[in-house]
Design a protein around this ligand. Structure first.
Ligand code: HEC
Length: 166
């Protein structure tokens, strides 16, 4: 009887211990990602590029109303862009221009612009308005990606095959 109580006590004790460890780890994970902002933002941008390529392919294939899931991904990614460009995170692996930190409000606005335009595209697709989606997509590369890449990203070498059009 007493032995059993002791055993229950031990089990309960270790559960409390585990919960404490869980809480401690939980409170430490305030940063999302690997802690290497250049690798994290290039990974995010690759997925932005992949979603954008998927959107264009779907429109070409005559299925513009199916792009909502991609447009929502772009909108969510855009929300994270500013947090992946902390001041002083420019390395030789990065194609970011130092202008980002000199014109920070404009950089933030460019991220917000992508978020908003992607949201419009998502809503048009959700409403099954294929014509509106096609029109938005026709200028999206210039208006949503180029407006940030032109001022804030070192252009890729010209002989390289084009990045997902942006
Ligand atoms: C708010 C600014 C901003 C917006 C908006 C933006 N980008 Fe970027 N993008 C960048 C910057 C800056 C880099 C370079 C990051 C680095 O190397 O540190 C980049 C890099 C990339 C890369 C290269 C990733 C790699 O492999 O290193 C791709 C692909 C890309 N962007 C696609 C897109 C597409 C497609 C859109 C629009 C749907 C878009 N981006 C919108 C700022 C932006």
């Amino acid at each position: 009887m007493t032995l059993r109580l002791v055993r229950i006590g031990l089990v309960l004790g270790s559960l409390v211990g585990l919960a404490a460890v869980g809480c401690a780890t939980g409170s430490q994970t305030t940063t999302i990602g690997t802690g290497d902002p250049v690798a994290d933002r290039q990974r995010l941008m690759k997925n932005v590029g992949a979603n954008w390529a998927d959107i264009q392919n779907k429109v070409k294939a005559g299925a513009p109303e199916t792009v909502a899931v991609n447009a929502e991904a772009l909108s969510l990614h855009a929300q994270r862009i500013p947090s992946l460009f902390p001041e002083g995170s420019l390395t030789d692996k990065s194609k970011a221009k130092p202008d980002i930190w000199q014109k920070w409000p404009e950089f933030q606005a460019a991220a917000k612009n992508l978020e908003n335009r992607a949201g419009i595209l998502r809503d048009q697709a959700t409403a099954k308005d294929g014509a509106a989606v096609t029109t938005t997509v026709s200028t999206f590369g210039r208006d949503a990606c180029g407006t940030c890449h032109t001022p804030f990203r070192v252009p890729p070498p010209p002989q390289q095959p084009a990045q997902p059009r942006s």
